[in-house]
Design a binder for this molecule. Sequence first.
Ligand SMILES: C[S@@+](CC[C@H](N)C(=O)[O-])C[C@H]1O[C@@H](n2cnc3c(N)ncnc32)[C@H](O)[C@@H]1O
Length: 237
Amino acid sequence: MLTTLRRRTSHWIDQMRLSDMARRIKDERLTYLPVRKLVRIESALAEIRRHNVPGDIVEFGVALGGSAILLAQAAGQGRRFFGLDVFAMIPPPSSEKDDSKSKERYETIAAGKATGFGDDLYYGYRDDLYEHVSAQLARFGTPVDGRRINLVKGLFEETLPALDIEQIAFAHIDCDWYDPVRYCLEETARRLAPGGIIVIDDYNDYVGCRTAVDEFLAGHGDFHMEAGLNPILRRAV
Ligand SMILES: C[S@@+](CC[C@H](N)C(=O)[O-])C[C@H]1O[C@@H](n2cnc3c(N)ncnc32)[C@H](O)[C@@H]1O
């Protein structure tokens, strides 16, 4: 009883901390992220702005575009937004470090049995996902123009090397499995500006993601992690 009350109160407090934009994204079912994760993303973006951290904003894992819309709002004045995704069905977990939960989840998706929000088609089955996300970004005032706002379709491992992203201020890594999380961490770290921030979505959800982050931290003593639902990695300035 007391636990339920505490949980409800803290959810209500999180709701109050959310911007109108984030509330709209949530109401329109454009993101899989719970309110608490959105609050942390918004406060990390505010930190980047407050400290004038130079560099672009990058999201690895866009899906329906919910968190991308929030991130895109923070672009401007030379800061660009890049949203990278296959915009198709998620690639399989390919490492032995991925757990059975991730493999079962992938099998459900691959078998055509994943469900979307309510009666919606699961986003990974849409063949117009790129166009759909593009339209959502435009509707929220951040149209894809190939300059300030960019949506890049394809495997991260194939698209990122061709992009002219030299410095990153903020990255949201939301791609579930060991291999892509490890790849995105390493590629982001070598471009991350002093004071830059990486938010990891799936640390508490999938063992592969957690392992990738733990291994990364063990090899990069200059990073530290602020724990939480979606942990925040910062490089010591
Ligand atoms: C959990 S969803 C992202 C959720 C989204 N950020 C939101 O606000 O709800 C993960 C996305 O990452 C994409 N993805 C995973 N691995 C990828 C890879 N190697 N290359 C490109 N996209 C990938 C999937 O296709 C999927 O759309």
